[in-house]
Design a protein around this ligand. Structure first.
Ligand SMILES: Cc1ncc(COP(=O)(O)O)c(C=O)c1O
Length: 360
């Protein structure tokens, strides 16, 4: 089946790769070969350039975001390849968000790349970089208005859509040039594979990124590629359930803790924009307790939420965010909500908050 872009995302997640390789296997094979015999019909030569399992995954991810996908060994590998390829003089980006994105821009300073504030003037060849929703507080940025501004200046708009996934947000349709996801999170969905992807609206940009990837070498391994392909089949089911669970927990927690950050709540600064820009408020929420001591104690008191970094897997995780990000507020915890029964998640939080005290 050639990719039929009139199909809806849940169908594309299962079938967009159907015509990529000739096989009667219903489950995609894992190709582990690093090299291909001369004269290969499909034009395959060497796995750093291209290989069949990756072709399938890229067909699916490209279809889900409505562009051309190029996958990488991690989100960070994708972000640095994007910056190296685009070689902007300025990257306009808001403070906060995923801290290592700023570190990647900083690491590329010797290439003449400089971080500037999001609203700073940009020019031809520059990059406007949005992370929306933003890690860990889920604040939103207006994709369509930044796309118009970038286009008018001859700059490019890159959107890190890791928290929303293509299920809840379509940055390319809103005018972005490039969408970036850490595949490690919701796309893989089971906390068992590292990866990253860039999806370009323009095929020539995707080809350029692919050529850069061949040089920088950060391709995902065969097993990881296959795991993400397997995980992405259920992306819509998982993200919708996780979003419903997070929305219920946000309402429950708002009555019990000092502050809840989730776009479902009218108190969240992105509440109205989320209704316009997203198809749901998303599966991540953050809470602030009354004290740092209570925030440090809560992860150990929880029984279902595991005390671990990362997000997007089927199991619920909680993290005292300062452990990873030194700029995070001291009493802030990030909850990456999984697909467990929401009654059990709510019960776990109620009991643990009672135990540690200091919610407000
Ligand atoms: C929003 C966001 N973008 C990018 C990344 C980096 O992805 P990776 O860990 O796959 O390198 C992360 C990782 O936590 C993230 O949360």
């Amino acid at each position: 089946m050639a990719t039929d872009l009139t199909l809806r995302p849940d169908t594309l997640a299962l079938h967009a790769d159907a015509g990529v390789e000739r096989t009667s296997d219903v489950a995609p094979p894992i190709h582990v070969s690093t090299t291909f015999a001369a004269g290969d019909d499909e034009g395959l030569v060497y796995a750093r350039q291209d290989q069949p399992t990756r072709r399938r995954l890229e067909a699916v991810l490209g279809a889900l975001d409505g562009g051309h996908a190029v996958t990488f060994a991690s989100g960070q590998a994708a972000a640095t390849a994007a910056l190296l390829h685009l070689r902007p003089r300025r990257v306009a980006i808001a403070p906060g968000g995923y801290h290592l994105t700023h570190a990647a821009i900083d690491a590329l300073a010797p290439c003449g790349i400089e971080e500037v504030p999001l609203d700073a003037e940009v020019g031809a060849g520059d990059v406007v970089w949005l992370e929306t929703p933003k890690n860990p507080t889920c604040e939103l940025q207006d994709i369509a208005s930044h796309a118009a501004r970038a286009r008018a200046a001859g700059a490019r708009l890159v959107v890190d859509g890791t928290f929303a996934t293509p299920v809840l947000q379509q940055p390319l349709a809103l005018g972005a040039d490039l969408v970036y996801h850490s595949m490690t999170k919701f796309l893989a969905g089971h906390s068992d594979a590292l990866g990253g992807v860039l999806v370009a609206r323009d095929q020539a940009l995707a080809e350029g990124l692919r050529a850069t990837r061949t040089v920088t070498g950060g391709v995902p391994g065969a097993l990881e590629t296959w795991l993400v392909l397997r995980g992405v089949r259920t992306l819509g089911l998982r993200v919708r359930q996780q979003t419903a669970n997070a929305t219920r927990l946000a309402a429950f927690l708002e009555r019990r803790v000092a502050r809840v950050w989730h776009p479902s709540l009218p108190s969240h600064p992105g509440h109205e924009l989320a209704k316009r820009q997203m198809r749901g408020p998303g599966p991540i929420l953050s809470i602030e307790l009354g004290s740092e001591a209570a925030a440090r104690a809560l992860p150990r008191a929880l029984r279902i939420f595991r005390d671990a970094t990362s997000l997007g897997g089927v199991e619920s995780l909680v993290e005292w965010r300062r452990k990873q990000d030194p700029h995070a507020p001291p009493a802030l915890l990030r909850l990456a909500v999984g697909i467990e029964d929401p009654d059990d998640l709510e019960g776990d939080l109620a009991r643990a908050l009672e135990e540690v005290g200091g919610g407000r």
